[in-house]
Every structure is written in structure tokens, then in C-alpha cells.
Write a protein that binds this ligand. Structure first.
Ligand code: RIB
Length: 351
């Protein structure tokens, strides 16, 4: 349909965009192109007043650095890759936010990817991040073993393990003692009179699940010296709300029925609470419930959820610090930063 004669004026095509170059910025700032390059790549060696003048020129000219060109010259991008198990789990996004809060003060941007426990997805993400010449990688490994990450070490890509211990000193790592965390949750239930527990746990390929199971077994050995307790592990395919909701039927069909359900993370616990509520099962009167992670929603539920707190944000900050040290410190030595879990008792398991 042709536009009416006195219709709106046709919009003139925009003039082709002419890239602003580093020379244009240098001219406006009154410095050499080398100084502009230093401000962009090694700001710590440029005087504050010069740095400010150059950044003002970058702003006023609308200069956008071409990181591909910078990378072709063997440079690294101001980017850090973050690979986690499940971005739908607030534990990982909170850990990401901790890392981001520290790294963005140094001018980094972060690329986030979720493996959902797939070693193949992990390999694809790691390859893509290396192709983008990331400065380093923060990763919660998908596999029980670390062999899939050997390439990062071989190619000298600074890498920090998130929420996973290194097997030797091949990587830096930030960890929480999940064995202790599992033990804390189980002991709490035993000590509040629960002798029959259901332990809803994820697959043994997930290291965190294996360690929490080990903690539960440690608590059973300890408490069995004075009282007879029984823990039945109920395995689920993933640690999600839906898997927690789906497992309730199996728990209620157990005989004898447990008086408490310990969940390997808060998402499972949220699903279990929803499943119990939809069947009129009262918490904690009929069945006590505990989670793990102490995610933000746990204290807002009714009943409020007992959980094992992991300092997710602090884990992320610590991982960022380790990565920056590995990138900048020629005498860097790989090390583990370990945090302790903390039991937070709330209504869902209070006697
Ligand atoms: O991904 C499984 C679990 O491991 C998360 O919920 C968190 O607890 C992590 O440690």
C-alpha cells in the first residue's frame, strides 16, 4: 500500500557508522595512542589524572574497543567465564553475584553458563569461553572427577573451582565442608527426637550429594552409640523443586513412616513442603523438614525452613580474589579457601 501523499516524511537512512579509533581518542585527550592503550589494558600504570582525561575522551567520542582485534594481538578479554551446575538454583546465582561484585570493580564482565550436570555442555561452554580469550574461569565441575578440566590447566587458563575441592594443588578452590553440613542437619533431627529419617538426596555423580550423605552416615554412627536410629535415603534425579514435590508420595508410603525428611538442598525441601501441604500433612507436627543452602526464601516460608547455611555470596567473592591473584601474582600458589556450614533452626523442624 503506497503511503498517502501528505503522509509522514520518510525517515532518512542513518549515515553509515564510522568507527571511532584509538587515534581519535588520543587526539581529543592530548596523549599518545600508547597511553590510550595502557589506560584500556593496564590502567594501574597510568597516572590518575591522565587516566581520567583519556576515559573522558573515550566517553565523549563514543569509542568502543574492538576486543576481537585486541585478542588477535594475543591479548585477553576483560571477561571471566563462570560455569555452574544450575542457574535456576539461587545458591549458584548468589555465588555468581559475589564473584561479579568483586570482579566488576576491576573492570571485568562475566559470562555465565549452566551445565545442568552435563559434562558435554560443560566442555562446550569451556571451549567457547577459551575462544573468547577469557581472562579466567570459575567453575563448579559437572563431573565427579576433574579430568575434563585438565585442558584449562594445560593451556594456562587461570581456573578456580567453585564449591568443589581440588584433588591435589592443580587448581585454587572455594569450598564448604558438606560432610559437616550433612552431619549438622542429621544430628539436629536425631537430637530433637526423630529416630526415623528420610534423606532426599541427588545423584552420587554430584560431589555435594556424596559429601552430605557421608555427613549423615557420620551422624548415624555417632548417635547410634546411645539410641537406635534409621535413615532411608530416597534418591532423586536432580535437586529441583519438582523432584522434591514428586518424591512426597514415596515418603508417605514408607513403612514405618519417617517423622522427619532431610533434603539435600532447599529447592528439594521447598518441593517437599508443597507436596506435603497439598496432602494436608502438617509440618513439623506430622513431619519435620530440613533443607540445605539457606536460600533467601527459606525464612519467608510458612513454616520457615530449617536449613544449613552456605555463605554463597562470600564463596563467590573469595573465588574472584583467588582468580585475580592467579592472573596478577607471578608467585601465585594454588590454595583452597574453606568455609564452615552453619545450621539455622526454624519452625519446619522445631520440636
Ligand atoms: O547443586 C546441588 C547443590 O550443591 C546446591 O543446592 C548447593 O547446595 C550446592 O552446594
Amino acid at each position: 500500500m503506497s503511503p498517502k501523499k501528505n503522509g509522514p516524511e520518510p525517515i532518512a537512512p542513518a549515515a553509515p557508522w564510522v568507527p571511532v579509533t584509538i587515534r581519535d581518542v588520543a587526539k581529543v585527550a592530548g596523549v599518545s595512542t600508547g597511553t590510550v592503550s595502557n589506560v584500556l589494558n593496564r590502567p594501574d600504570i597510568v597516572a590518575e589524572s591522565t587516566r581520567r582525561r583519556v576515559l573522558q575522551a573515550v566517553e565523549s567520542t563514543g569509542f568502543i574497543r574492538n576486543t576481537q582485534a585486541h585478542q588477535l594481538r594475543g591479548g585477553r578479554s576483560q571477561t571471566v567465564g563462570v560455569v555452574v551446575l544450575d542457574v535456576a538454583n539461587p545458591f549458584f546465582t548468589e555465588m555468581f553475584r559475589g564473584a561479579e561484585s568483586r570482579l566488576q570493580t576491576e573492570g571485568y564482565v562475566l559470562m555465565l553458563a549452566s551445565t545442568d550436570g552435563s559434562v558435554e555442555r560443560e566442555a562446550n561452554f569451556v571451549r567457547a569461553m577459551e575462544e573468547h580469550r577469557v581472562e579466567g574461569v570459575l567453575i563448579t565441575p559437572a563431573a565427579a572427577e576433574l579430568g575434563a578440566l585438565a585442558g584449562l590447566r594445560t593451556r594456562g587458563v587461570p581456573t578456580v573451582l567453585l564449591d568443589r575441592k581440588a584433588t591435589a594443588d592443580e587448581f585454587c578452590s572455594v569450598t564448604v565442608d558438606d560432610v559437616r553440613g550433612g552431619e549438622l542437619a542429621a544430628r539436629h533431627l536425631f537430637e530433637t527426637g526423630h529416630l526415623e529419617l528420610a534423606f532426599v538426596n541427588g545423584p552420587s555423580s554430584v560431589r555435594q550429594c556424596r559429601d552430605r550423605r557421608q555427613g549423615v552416615r557420620k551422624a548415624v554412627r555417632s548417635v547410634s552409640k546411645t539410641k537406635k536410629v534409621e535413615v532411608t535415603e530416597v534418591s532423586v534425579g536432580a535437586l529441583t523443586v519438582r523432584h522434591g514435590e514428586d518424591v512426597v508420595e514415596r515418603i508417605l508410603a514408607m513403612s514405618p513412616r519417617p517423622t522427619a525428611v532431610m533434603c539435600a538442598n532447599d529447592l528439594l525441601a521447598l518441593g517437599v513442603l508443597r507436596g506435603l501441604a497439598s496432602r494436608g500433612v502438617r509440618v513439623p507436627d506430622d513431619l519435620a523438614v530440613t533443607g540445605y543452602d539457606d536460600l533467601i526464601f527459606g525464612s519467608m516460608l510458612s513454616p520457615a525452613l530449617t536449613s544449613v547455611r552456605q555463605p554463597a555470596f562470600e564463596l563467590g567473592v573469595a573465588a574472584a580474589e583467588l582468580l585475580l591473584d592467579e592472573v596478577r601474582n607471578p608467585d601465585h600458589r594454588h590454595r583452597e579457601v574453606r568455609f564452615e556450614p552453619e545450621l539455622v533452626v526454624r519452625t519446619s523442624s522445631r520440636p
